[in-house]
Design a binder for this molecule. Structure first.
Ligand SMILES: [Zn+2]
Length: 537
């Protein structure tokens, strides 16, 4: 073993530094003290599913083609998977160079790749699917370790904290036990172990630990996040204990984390500003009227229940009921022939309805810049309920993405109240622009993730002024004595290395990887439901 990479999803130095200083995270504290640290700038948007493919390929989403958990196609969307990453990952490149690699739980690795070593896939894997390479890898150890879990078994709902937290801790231990077992039984040169659990926990539980949160509540679960971090730290220690002398360890996250205040229904904002129009048919207009007046699918159902009519509804299947209420007002209600802009994705991604991209696009290339200015000017007027502006940054997609797929990404990235506000990921939750978060979430992503490295070839006790998630693939290849493909957008973090050798480059032999197909309808529905349960969608 020469390199251990710990993927700590959503980890932030804002939590790690104080807890390391107080002794709750002795192993990360030692790594930070004796190694190199840096804030790790995430992708735009700072979301798990573009960030890990960016880490794995060293190229920006414009070259690898994954921009979010979902890939939009106007009113329709699909869930992403590893076959949609259009550049070779470092697992492929290292395998081809003769390294044995082991990859555990890293997001957007399903379906698993045939690496030289092993791979167990991630939270975006369907149930009952083959989640490992080799295909029988899980069978070899599940009698001892139990069936493999890619995700939590308990969805968070306010009130079920004890059960939710116990399950989150169990998921951490489960991933740690599998990592330790595979580290011993299936030796590799490069092992990456990813822990997803604390990302999920922070979305749900942030307000219980943050006394300055506007929804702070005195709670017996105040320290649940800290104790979860400590648990991950314990596993990091156990894994590092088994490293042979001369190894290197990297701990990293895909984005940071912070408090979440409100959610913004950007599509409602676009409707109010005439940038999105609804279909003129009577049913859509009736739904729109109800929607504007605060009648949402759930309130409609409550009303029906109050009228005592729920029994007649209960007789129809749950699916039929969901179809009725779920399609109350949605992207299906949008008149795409008269719509200029729409939002899809939960950080604040805005798309223009472009000719040639969206199925019913109306914004031509010739008017693109002018429309972008119009939409940007309108968005500058986004305000919270107290009338304060909430748009803290507006970034054009073409300023952050480049490559053959850049045009598939959002045209605008919104930073709302320094990322303390997010957008409704799909159509809208209700008729108001400013609204409260679905599911009661109180934490959400930030741009700054973590980078910590220690061991052979790594400097000691220094903090880098900057690093980007794009830089890790080239840095890892260089550290292992491999050339850096010129197509990679990041740079080797030479200032982190002891006596760095000159960086060697290689031409990219291939233009990219042909995109495979997405999920079939059943798998997609299943994963969509899981993502909704986690508050990711
Ligand atoms: Zn993440």
């Amino acid at each position: 073993m020469t390199l251990l990479i710990i993927g700590f999803d959503g980890a932030t130095f804002d939590l790690i530094r104080p807890w390391a200083a107080e002794g709750y995270m002795p192993h990360l504290a030692a790594l930070m003290r004796d190694g190199v640290t840096a804030d790790l700038a995430s992708t735009l948007p700072p979301v798990t599913s573009p960030a890990w493919p960016t880490f794995m390929t060293g190229v920006n989403p414009g070259k690898h083609g994954v921009f979010d958990f979902i890939q939009h196609r106007g009113e329709d969307f699909s869930i992403v998977n590893s076959t949609l990453i259009r550049q070779p990952t470092i697992w492929r490149r290292l395998s081809d160079a003769g390294f044995r690699v082991g990859v555990l739980n890293v997001p957007v690795t399903y379906p698993p790749q045939e690496v030289n070593g092993f791979m167990v896939t991630d939270i975006l894997s369907p149930r009952n699917a083959t989640i490992s390479h080799p295909a029988d890898l899980i069978e070899r150890y599940e009698t001892e370790l139990g069936p493999y879990r890619v995700s939590p078994n308990v969805q968070y709902k306010p009130g079920n904290e004890a059960e939710f937290i116990a399950d989150i801790y169990d998921l951490i231990d489960h991933h740690g036990q599998w990592a330790l077992k595979l580290m011993e039984a299936e030796p590799v040169d490069v092992l990456m172990v990813h822990f997803i659990a604390m990302d999920i926990a922070k979305h749900a539980l942030w307000r219980f630990m943050d006394h300055s949160h506007e929804r702070y509540e005195d709670s017996p679960y105040e320290h649940a996040i800290r104790d979860g971090y400590a648990r991950v730290d314990t596993w990091i220690g156990r894994l590092m204990d088994r490293l042979p002398p001369g190894s290197t360890t990297i701990a990293m996250s895909d984005h940071g984390f912070g408090p979440l205040k409100n959610m913004v229904n950007l599509n409602v904002f676009f409707m109010e500003h005439g940038l999105m129009k609804l279909k003129p048919d009577a049913m859509t207009q009736l739904k729109a009227w109800a929607f504007r007046n605060g009648i949402t699918p759930s309130s409609a159902y409550r009303m029906i229940a109050r009228l005592g009519l729920q029994n007649s509804i209960a007789r129809v299947s749950k699916k039929a009921r969901n179809d009725v209420v779920g399609k109350f007002l949605s992207f299906d209600s949008v008149d795409w022939n008269r719509t200029i802009a729409y939002s899809m994705g939960h950080v604040g991604q805005v798309y223009l309805n472009r000719v040639g991209r969206e199925p019913h696009g109306i914004v031509t290339d010739a008017e693109y810049d002018q429309r972008l200015v119009e939409v940007s000017d309108a968005l500058a007027d986004l305000r919270d309920e107290g009338g304060q502006p909430i748009l803290t940054k507006l970034i054009r997609g073409k300023d952050v993405y480049h490559g053959p797929y850049a045009g598939l990404g959002p045209d605008l990235h919104l930073e709302l109240d320094h990322y303390a506000m997010i957008a409704c990921p799909l159509f809208a939750t209700e008729g108001r622009v400013m609204t409260s978060q679905i599911r009661g979430d109180s934490g959400c992503h930030r741009r700054e993730g973590i980078f910590i490295a220690k061991g052979m070839g790594i400097q000691s006790g220094i903090e880098l002024p900057e690093a980007n998630i794009l830089d890790l693939a080239p840095t890892i290849l260089h550290l292992l004595g491999e050339p850096v493909p010129r197509i990679m957008d990041g740079r080797v973090l030479t200032e982190a290395l002891v006596d760095p050798a000159p960086v060697r480059f290689s031409e990219n032999a291939e233009e990219g990887v042909a995109a495979g197909s997405g999920f079939d309808a059943d798998d997609a529905a299943q994963i969509e439901e899981r993502l909704r349960g986690l508050g990711y969608l």
